[in-house]
Design a protein around this ligand. Structure first.
Ligand SMILES: C[S@@+](CC[C@H](N)C(=O)[O-])C[C@H]1O[C@@H](n2cnc3c(N)ncnc32)[C@H](O)[C@@H]1O
Length: 378
């Protein structure tokens, strides 16, 4: 019966999330192979909290806890499509003053024993952290969000869906100022005073700089950097065999890096306030809605299905719905499933993406070279 419900949800076109009360291992066992696009989940902490339904997290030994999670994650791997992704939010715990390293113990076992491929270890900076009186160590304010895939390439990833919009250039006292404050004055002076450029190269560099500034003024480009022979630290191998830019520096004396026109890509440190500080009663460790947005937008196609085998109060499902994705949420505690349903009924149907509310660390701009390839660091 449950297996039929799951199959008909997967093959149907219901947008409303499917909530199932039950043990994750049992329910996952009823899902067909390769039927889910994205799994976003936060398993129970080890012996930190007593949830209503018991379940995972109460094992006397942390190794048993890891084993229990591995059994579930093996099922998650089976039900994920080959192009699918798993995002796993997991926090650490101390035992007899020793930080156990549970997130990494689990991640390494997943890679070594189950063949998962880790693509990112995102640090979720909770900014505030919990109450902490320990006199002999620092406050703990971060958790991990691991991004795993099943194959090294060809998994679904829509980077443009998670780029932040580029800031625009502005005009100050009649002069154009790029999004990050480039006016061209510094480059102009460097070119004019350069002893590494000859007179012809200086003229060409100044002309090229003027045309870049004109593009910024006209809105065609929001930002750029100029690399001038003998001035800036170069962003490429100095070997001309491997770098076209090294050749440009030799032959012309300069080159440009332009801001990616679609915006910058998020980094792997996310500053997001925990949900407990956002007034949700009745459930411990309810993770914030903002934590789910990048995972869902980037790795679940618009018509795809998101799974959360430890859905608690249904945060993943709510965000999936708001972002137009279908979803299946499982939790062992019937009370949480009821809370998740009620929460979805009172909030879910409001539409529109809340993407802009993500509190992000200032993102590094992403730069592209002339062939459009991204350069991560300047
Ligand atoms: C960290 S909480 C998840 C919180 C959730 N992200 C939210 O937004 O509320 C972990 C959840 O896993 C559930 N759980 C524990 N063992 C389980 C099991 N064997 N099967 C399914 N759910 C389980 C707990 O009831 C708890 O709600």
């Amino acid at each position: 019966m449950l297996s039929h419900t799951l199959r008909s949800y997967i093959s149907g076109d219901h947008r409303k999330p499917l909530f199932i009360s039950g043990d994750a291992l049992t329910v996952l066992g009823l899902l067909p192979d390769e039927s889910i696009d994205t799994c976003m989940t936060s398993p129970p902490y080890w012996r930190k909290r007593q949830y209503h339904g018991g379940g995972i997290g109460q094992e006397p030994d942390y190794r048993e806890y890891i084993e229990a999670l591995l059994r579930i994650l093996a099922q998650v791997k089976r039900v994920l499509k080959p192009q699918g992704s798993l995002w796993l939010n997991i926090g650490d715990t101390y035992l007899n003053k020793r930080l156990l390293g549970l997130p990494w113990r689990l991640a390494l076992a997943m890679m070594d024993e189950q063949g998962w491929i880790l693509r990112n270890d995102v640090v979720w900076n909770k900014i505030k952290g919990g109450f902490d009186t320990a006199p002999d160590r620092l406050r703990n304010v971060h958790e991990y969000v691991f991004h795993f895939v099943k194959r090294p390439r060809g998994y679904y990833y829509n980077l443009d869906a998670i780029r932040s919009k580029p800031r625009q250039a502005r005009i100050v006292n009649g002069a154009v100022v790029s999004a990050t404050g480039v006016t061209g004055v510094k480059y102009r002076r460097q070119i004019e005073l350069s002893t590494a450029l000859n007179e012809r190269e200086k003229r060409e560099a100044l002309d090229a700089l003027d045309s870049m500034l004109e593009k910024v003024r006209s809105g065609e480009l929001s930002d750029f950097r100029m690399v001038i022979r003998g001035q800036q630290r170069v962003t490429h191998s100095s070997s001309e065999k491997v770098s076209g830019r090294a050749r440009e520096i030799r032959s012309k004396g300069f080159y440009f890096l332009t801001y990616h026109p679609n915006g910058s890509k998020p980094g792997d440190v996310w500053d997001i306030l925990p949900e407990d500080t956002q007034h949700r009663a009745g459930h411990f460790a309810a993770y914030p809605e903002d934590l789910c947005r990048i995972p869902i937008l980037a790795t679940c196609p618009p018509d795809g299905i998101v799974l959360d085998p430890f859905c608690g109060t249904g945060t993943t499902m709510l965000v999936a719905y708001q972002l137009g994705r279908r979803s299946i949420g499982i939790d062992i505690a019937p009370e949480y499933i009821e809370m998740a349903k009620r929460r979805w009924e009172s909030n879910g149907p409001r539409t529109g993406t809340l993407w802009d509310t993500v509190v992000q660390a200032e993102r590094e701009p992403t730069w592209v070279n002339r062939s459009g390839r991204e350069i991560i660091r300047l």
